[in-house]
Write a protein that binds this ligand. Structure first.
Ligand code: ZN
Length: 159
């Protein structure tokens, strides 16, 4: 939300600071137990290993002294590296960055839901469950004039 206040080269600390600012200013509710705080970047923003080693990430971090841990996820704009982070050559919605980011958002949300503290689920290659099926897309469903490929409910189940 809003103009880039921390420049276009974000550190992990910047990402945490963006979430902290949003919570402490009241723009987002403080919900460490159920909230997942996504920081979405525009295409002129770089962050850590985005585009070289990952297309996004999730973590859990304390944002202030004696505060709780929050679920935080960074999602870079995939227009920065379409070959590595965009699954489709053609954007179904005419916005390649947003369509690419939707895939990464679903991936990180799913991993956050199943392993919020990064210790509940990983295989012997350190893959989380979302990594096991990354870039493999299932059936498409049609709703009115749109198509989607993931279903999520309010109780956190995915299909
Ligand atoms: Zn993953």
């Amino acid at each position: 939300m809003g103009a880039p206040t921390r420049g276009t080269r974000l550190t992990d600390g910047d990402v945490r600071g963006i979430v902290e600012d949003a919570i402490t200013s009241g723009r987002l509710p403080e919900d460490p137990d159920n909230g997942v705080y996504f920081v979405l970047a525009s295409s002129n923003v770089s962050q850590g290993d985005f585009c070289t080693l990952n297309c996004g990430w999730h973590n859990h971090n304390q944002l202030w002294l004696f505060g709780p841990q929050f679920n935080i996820s960074f999602i870079g704009n995939t227009e920065r590296c379409p070959d590595g982070c965009q699954p489709q050559a053609t954007s179904p919605n005419g916005n390649p960055g947003a369509d690419g980011m939707a895939n990464v958002i679903a991936h990180e949300l799913e991993e956050t839901a199943t392993s919020p503290h990064l210790n509940a689920w990983y295989d012997d290659h350190n893959n989380e469950n979302g990594d096991k099926c990354a870039w493999t897309f299932g059936s498409m469903y049609i709703a009115r004039v749109s198509m989607y490929s993931i279903k999520a409910s309010t109780i956190g189940r995915f299909s």
